[in-house]
Every structure is written in C-alpha cells, then in structure tokens.
Design a protein around this ligand. Structure first.
Ligand code: SF4
Length: 92
C-alpha cells in the first residue's frame, strides 16, 4: 500500500471515528464499551493539546476518565487538555 493510500485511509478512519464520537451522545450510546485501549486514537490524530481551547477542557468532557485518561484518546490526558473530540457531559 502506498504512503498516499495510507494517508487517505487514516483520514477516512479519523473522519469515521469523529462522526461516531459526535453521534454517540445523540443516540444515547456511550462510546465507552466500543473503544478498547488498543483502539484509542493517538493524541496527534485527535489533535490533543495539554491546554484548554475556547473555554473547553477535558475535565468537562464526557470522555474524560479521572485522574488522567480518556475513553477515546491514548496516553496521559490532562484535565486541562482538549482535543477535537471534546464533548460536553450530558446534563445530570
Ligand atoms: S477533550 Fe474529551 S475526548 Fe478529547 S482528550 Fe479530552 S477527555 Fe478525551
């Protein structure tokens, strides 16, 4: 497979994962079970950054797992971080 094909597949996979993450709350489905640890996205793919963006931070995201993990993104996740999959917690 060429590098170009790898890139297209990566982009398509990210787009699919992004849509799944966005649709999950609308469908009332928690993304938790379907994302095993080895299926999580890389921080780079999720466009993770260790600082908040536009007033949004991981600590307020439905996918955050205290103290420093995420259901969707691999690695150590700061409560003050942010990524492109940020989703507000549902009302309680
Ligand atoms: S914003 Fe949400 S989905 Fe993204 S890394 Fe933080 S907790 Fe995970």
């Amino acid at each position: 497979m060429s590098h170009e094909q790898d890139g297209k597949i990566g982009i398509a996979r990210r787009a699919l994962l992004r849509r799944a993450a966005l649709l999950a709350p609308a469908l009332g489905v928690a993304a938790r079970a379907s994302f095993a640890a080895d299926e999580k996205m890389t921080q780079k793919d999720a466009e993770y950054q260790p600082t908040p963006k536009d007033g949004h931070a991981c600590v307020d995201c439905q996918y955050f797992q205290p103290p420093e993990a995420c259901k969707l993104v691999k690695g150590k996740i700061s409560p003050n971080g942010w990524c492109s999959f940020w989703g507000s917690k549902p009302p309680q």
